[in-house]
Design a protein around this ligand. Sequence first.
Ligand SMILES: *Cc1c(COP(=O)(O)O)cnc(C)c1O
Length: 395
Amino acid sequence: MAVDDIGPLRISDRYLHGPGPSSVYPSVLEALGTPLLGHLDPEFLNVMEEVKVFLRYVFETENEFTLPISGTGSAGMEAALFNVIEPGDNVLICTNGYFGTRMAEMVRRCGGVLNEITVPWGTIIDPDDVAAALQDTRAKVVGIVQAETSTGVLQPLDDISRIVHEQGALLLVDAVTSLGGVPVEVDKHQIDVCYSGTQKCLSCPPGLAPITFSPTAMDTVKQRKSVVQSWYLDLGLLMSYWGQERVYHHTAPISMNYALHEALYLIAQEGLEACYARHRQNQQALIAGLEAMGLAPLVAPEYRLPSLTTVRIPEGVDEAAVRSHLLHRHKIEIGSGLGELKGQVWRIGLMGYSSRREALERLLGAIEDALCQQAFPLKRGEALSAMSGVYAAAR
Ligand SMILES: *Cc1c(COP(=O)(O)O)cnc(C)c1O
């Protein structure tokens, strides 16, 4: 392909129901087109202050050190781990899916001594296993994923948080697919370091990683003997820009901060409780519809993650052909299985703006159509009536 063959950018419409990104609120897209300000312009500094207030609201924390890292969720993960781990520190990572594995890899790379609890994908981490592993390892930091996007499991945190703090360790939580869709409750759960991403339940484009550090975590960072392994993600340097001093560190992605401001404004307008209830209800309606078609969710009801549902691929169905039909005929994206679950499940996201009744109706109708193309036996219309039943029962 030569440069002259390339025209201006043209992109088709999509309804995003995969593991992220989710569809973006129209006013968030508009915010991206707002004229730029300089990164030290007083008006932009005000945007930064408001974003921090909004982030404390969704994280449900009073932590002063709360800001959006410039980078995607993985940059948040790296910032979380690198700032509290020094070379030689013992770290315990709980792995029940793809993102636990990624945390473990980052621990190795920053020089931490990796200890892992590994359980089958699709199950939760047992607090007793964490207690036993902490006795053995005396780990300084315990990393765990609250919302495993690869499996659709929502990890309960109460008991684990108590155990981690009894042992004097720090609790580090991945809330990439929970923030804005499921209560994260940083202060209530006494989470020491918690990070997220903008493109899942916040319904913003990918590009920022909200993060928050408890006062205890900040003390740990301040007492480091070695410098943080990453210059870009060094919290001390970042706070000299995001805090009172306003010293240039790197140029904040101005437009992304506008978009995040708008997305968080919308969540605050809706209210956290209403937002969580919407995510829960729409998932119940999705599952009712899928079950009416004869499909089975992977995860036990009590551990289902409202923002992401994994559903087993029925025998005899070509899973890639279904996804391709959804994409090309209905402009809908859903996700395939990852890692241990490759070829076994679809991953269906109902996150933020994608978690709406109209969006779900379109999605269920399209899945029904795609399965009929595969000669899968189902009665047309039953999924939608099962879905409607959930909304009617709630009234
Ligand atoms: C998406 C995701 C990440 C990584 O975020 P990126 O924005 O892709 O870098 C990390 N953890 C979880 C649980 C995720 O779902």
